[in-house]
Design a protein around this ligand. Structure first.
Ligand code: M6R
Length: 605
């Protein structure tokens, strides 16, 4: 969602800001803007609906060597996609950018008589107006007064006309990271925008006020006490956030999966068994677990569903998987034997974060599976199992999904072992298979050209159906989401046996049905379901372990994945399904990495 960058240092701010906004584009946005303090001309502003490239063009007319400024990419929530609603917002002496939602903006407008100061429809501009109203020359004091009265989530970067060379910042919930380097102080929504300047950074603590200047960053709490935040080190390079020769980030990230899996799994295997002690998860935590709530959103939730099949089928532990936005508004059943596992690539998804807090408040221990180090979800959890996928830039999640599955498997296997449900040799065999997951993906990727040809058939279809049973059904759910989000083709995922209870009415001549059949226990059942759609004219693409079937009463096209137990075939199947979505989107000439209306990190509910 909205991306924030601020810079106060000794480089031309215009370049730093626009380059940084380009790095933040992946978060999803519909307009962009910058504001720069020019030593002679004063405050210069450029903002525009459209891409950062359009802003770069528009900003050419800002002739400035100013070295202090703020930049923003906006994902509209309050107010339409217009130039006026784009950030930065300037009211009186205050110029500001905001990520989040100020929930009480209407009340503040009325109560403090701000209406006549506003030119946009945004909640953000209200914060700028309010600040200008209370500002009496002491920025910290003004910020303190305003922040105390804001409700909702916010990350704010603020410049005051009479404070040259300084940016002030404060946040609640919405993420911000900051770094001080020889070139100056920099702050941003995430690391991708600051890694070019520093590998050392800190997570901006909530309700602390930052003053950024060429000299560095001062952090103080709301009472004015100076605070030294913990300095973290980025463990990846700027090249990890670049395309590295691939036409799109999504394709690059699909191909990165074998390495991402190995980075996530290998350090957690000791003597052939899963080892989670380095993550702070000792066996006592897992031993007493009687039931599990898995909570997440979107793709991360689908990874949780894959995890559930293993926990339930192999370990006989009851598991519920909940959509975080639903979980947070219900009264979840939690007792002393309940473990909550939350999954999140970004570690910032607001619904997942709130669900986590709810589970904790009810007494559940929480393990989070998170990709971004130091993110809010990671910090709020009792235990964190970091996935090591590296930065995922494409909006469509790929490598984060498969590493989340692998982390779920590690937890499941260790839990099964310490509970005595899995014998040592069974647990070791499980781990052995898990360590081979990357190889299954590598082998599958060799089939990319065949998958691309098949995608050419799908690209013209108005509707696509995915069918499968058991663990393959969970893969269908993820496949359908992936296709919809980047190709804009309507698709649905169905448990293969359920189709004839209604949806089969939609099957007619030529409708693509992608069937997944990797589980030998239900293989013949899926084949029967395939025959049902085939005899109604469907164009069936079968993903299975079969060699050439050569029977057009079953399928029109086949994608063979490497032999493996269905628990581990998910890795190969995922790669196939990701490639299908990717090639369809690309063949349609769409913006694969930045699909319309979507944001990478969903920080509003
Ligand atoms: O960062 P998170 O894993 O918490 O994000 C959750 C979902 O928004 C995310 O998985 C989304 O569904 C994917 N980007 C879709 O590919």
């Amino acid at each position: 969602m909205c991306g924030i960058i601020g810079f106060a240092g000794n480089l031309p701010a215009k370049d730093v800001l626009i380059d940084g906004l380009e790095q933040l584009e992946y978060r999803g946005y519909d307009s962009a803007g910058i504001a720069i303090m020019d030593p002679s001309a004063g405050l210069l502003l450029a903002k525009k609906v459209g891409r950062v490239a359009d802003l770069r063009e528009a900003a050419k007319k800002l002739e400035t060597k100013g070295t202090t400024g703020i930049g923003h990419t906006r994902w509209a929530t309050h107010g339409g996609v217009t130039d006026a609603n784009a950030h930065p917002h300037r009211v009186g002496r205050v110029t500001l950018i905001h990520n989040g939602i100020i929930e009480n903006y209407r009340d503040l407008t009325v109560q403090y008589g701000l209406k006549d100061m506003l030119k946009s429809e945004t909640d953000s501009e209200v914060a700028a107006a309010f600040l200008d109203k209370v500002y009496e020359g002491d920025p910290i004091d003004a910020i303190r007064k305003v922040v105390k009265l804001l409700s909702g989530s916010f990350a704010l970067c603020i410049m005051f006309d009479d404070q040259p060379g300084k940016i002030y910042s404060v946040r609640n919930v919405s993420p911000l990271v900051a770094a001080a380097s020889k070139k100056g102080a920099i702050i941003a929504s995430d690391l991708t925008a600051i890694i070019a300047y520093s590998k050392e950074y800190f997570v901006v603590p909530e309700y602390h006020i930052l003053t950024l200047s060429e000299e560095g960053i001062k952090v103080e709490d709301m009472k004015g006490n100076e605070v030294k935040p913990e300095i973290l080190t980025v463990n990846w390079d700027i090249s990890a956030a670049q395309k590295g020769g691939y036409p799109h980030f999504m394709l690059k990230e699909i191909y990165e999966q074998p390495d991402a899996l190995s980075r996530t799994i290998m350090p957690r295997v000791k003597d052939g068994l899963p080892y989670l002690l380095d993550d702070g998860i000792d066996d006592e935590v897992l031993k007493g677990v009687k039931n599990i709530n898995i909570v997440a959103c979107g793709t991360a939730m689908h990874a949780g569903m894959v995890g559930r099949t293993v926990l339930e089928n192999r370990l006989r532990i009851p598991v519920t998987v909940e959509i975080a936005s639903e979980f947070r508004y219900k009264d979840p059943i939690i007792d002393e034997g309940t473990l909550t596992i939350v999954l999140s690539q970004s570690g910032e998804t607001i619904d997942t974060l709130e669900a986590l807090k709810l589970a904790k408040s009810k007494g559940s221990k929480v393990i989070s599976i998170v990709n971004v180090k130091g993110s809010t979800i990671a910090r709020e959890s009792d235990y964190v199992l970091y996935t090591h996928a590296g930065p995922e830039i494409a909006v469509a999640s790929t490598k984060a999904y498969t590493v989340q599955i692998s982390a779920m498997y590690l937890i499941a296997c260790r839990m099964g072992f310490v509970k005595g449900i899995l014998k040592e040799d069974e647990a070791k065999e499980f781990v052995q298979n898990l360590m081979n997951a990357g190889e299954l993906i590598k082998e599958t990727l060799l089939n990319a050209n065949n998958i691309k040809r098949i995608a050419n058939y799908i690209k013209v279809a108005p509707d696509v159906f995915y069918i499968g049973r058991g663990i393959d059904y969970t893969m269908c759910l993820e496949a359908s989401l992936k296709l919809k989000e980047i190709s804009y083709i309507h698709s649905e995922a169905y448990a293969a046996g359920e189709l004839k209870h209604g949806t089969i009415a939609l099957i007619s001549e030529g409708v693509p049905v992608i069937a997944i059949a990797t589980d030998e226990n239900v293989y013949s059942k899926v084949i029967s379901n395939i025959r049902e759609v085939k005899s109604r004219g469907a164009y069936v693409i079968l993903i299975s372990h079969d060699d050439d079937i050569n029977d057009n009463t079953i399928c029109d096209k086949q994608i063979k994945i490497p032999d493996a137990d269905s628990t581990f075939s998910v890795f190969a199947t995922a790669a196939v399904l990701q490639l299908i979505a990717y090639f369809v989107s690309d063949a349609k000439g769409l913006d694969v990495d930045k699909p319309r209306n979507l944001a990478k990190s969903v920080t509003v509910e």
